[in-house]
Design a protein around this ligand. Structure first.
Ligand SMILES: [Zn+2]
Length: 359
């Protein structure tokens, strides 16, 4: 199966280029569920927007593969009398990259365009020469002359703001754009479902392909859905930092490089037997992988599944990513293919009622 065939690439671009800020994920979830419908027996939607496709919905043994659907964004927080807009974060948005970015402000009148303005270098001579962006000094200009005009445009406190950048391919090797974190994960689990369908695999358990909301503000969608599904096993996918690019301290961030395979995390929340099961699947199928360690929690939806329902054996397979939470996040095509293959082979090798007791 070619992971990047015409149809799946079309889905990838459409899915990556839509806006699905945390708490407002419905547009992306609709695209995602339309794509996976042909590969699953049924699908469900919860009250906060988490969507999941199910293969074998009647089976009592439940395996989850999961990604998160939401992207970081900003909230309009204060509009000055002159019509400039100050924002707060919705998720871990980076003030350092804001100046000179183009944005969409999402309103009931549709998307309104704006820009993060920035004082000209000429006007910063003296004390402001090295002015650095911070949460107090970044602001959006929508071309309005007053607060009144901003309000008349449909913009109000609480409107969500996203950057405009779209997906592109660099050197036929790297996908680059915003929200690869973690819509690439959504793409990967959808391809796993497709592969199971196209290879006519009959699974001896129920498989739940879950695209969770609200990860970026504290794993909230996964927390909700873990309690709804009550799975027996969960394999989560997210992105992790490539530590080989300039200014990243690999003594702290670990030893992960794009292009060298999925990253497997060691952490207390990761179940050792499930992790070994994934490593065995990688080795048996010649899938390259890298190792990462997380002190305490993994900071991904893995924690939400692991610490739900009295403890659910959970593990994390990550896509190495450069420049996380910028609009030029980069992921290697081959890593995406290997993550799909590793989730697929790990799922296929699972048996219902597998023993996850340590002794
Ligand atoms: Zn993130």
């Amino acid at each position: 199966m070619n992971v990047f065939d015409e149809n799946s690439e079309k889905f990838l671009y459409e899915y990556l280029n839509n806006n699905s800020p945390t708490g407002f994920e419905a547009p992306g979830q609709k695209i995602w569920v339309e794509y996976i419908k042909p590969f699953v027996d049924t699908w469900q939607l919860d009250h906060y927007g988490t969507v999941y496709g199910i293969i074998n919905p009647d089976h009592p043994y439940k395996v989850v593969i999961e990604a998160h659907a939401d992207e970081i964004s900003w909230f309009v927080n204060f509009i000055t009398d002159q019509g400039f807009i100050h924002v707060i974060r919705n998720g871990g948005s980076d003030h350092a990259i804001a100046p000179s970015m183009r944005v969409d402000i999402h309103t009931s009148k549709g998307k309104i365009k704006g820009v993060f303005g920035w004082p000209a270098i000429h006007t910063r001579k003296g004390k402001d020469e090295n002015l650095a962006p911070n949460m107090e000094n970044i602001f959006i200009d929508v071309g309005a002359k007053s607060k009144q005009e901003v309000l008349e445009m449909g913009i109000h406190v609480g409107c969500v703001v996203t950057f405009q950048d779209e997906l592109m391919l660099l050197n036929n090797t790297y996908y680059t754009g915003r929200a690869l974190d973690n819509r690439l994960g959504g793409f990967c689990i959808a391809q796993v479902a497709r592969k199971i369908k196209e290879n006519n695999i009959k699974l001896p358990f129920g498989l739940y392909i879950v695209n969770s909301v609200q990860e970026e503000i504290g794993l909230r969608g996964a927390e909700m859905i873990a309690n709804t599904i009550k799975p027996n096993v969960a394999i989560v996918t997210d992105v992790t930092h490539d530590s080989s690019t300039p200014l990243v301290n690999n003594k702290i961030e670990g030893d992960i490089k794009c292009g060298e395979g999925p990253s497997l995390t060691y952490a207390p929340a990761v179940h050792n037997i499930l992790l070994q099961h994934i490593i065995d699947a990688a080795e048996k199928n010649n899938i390259p992988f890298q190792r990462a360690a997380s002190s305490r929690s993994t900071g991904t939806d893995t924690d939400a599944f692991a610490y739900s329902n009295g403890g659910i054996p959970s593990a994390l397979i990550s896509i190495p990513l450069r420049y996380m939470h910028t609009t030029v996040e980069m992921a290697h095509k081959q890593d995406i293919e290997h993550v799909i293959e590793l989730i697929y082979q790990s799922v296929l090798a699972l048996e219902p009622n597998q023993n996850f007791k340590y002794f």
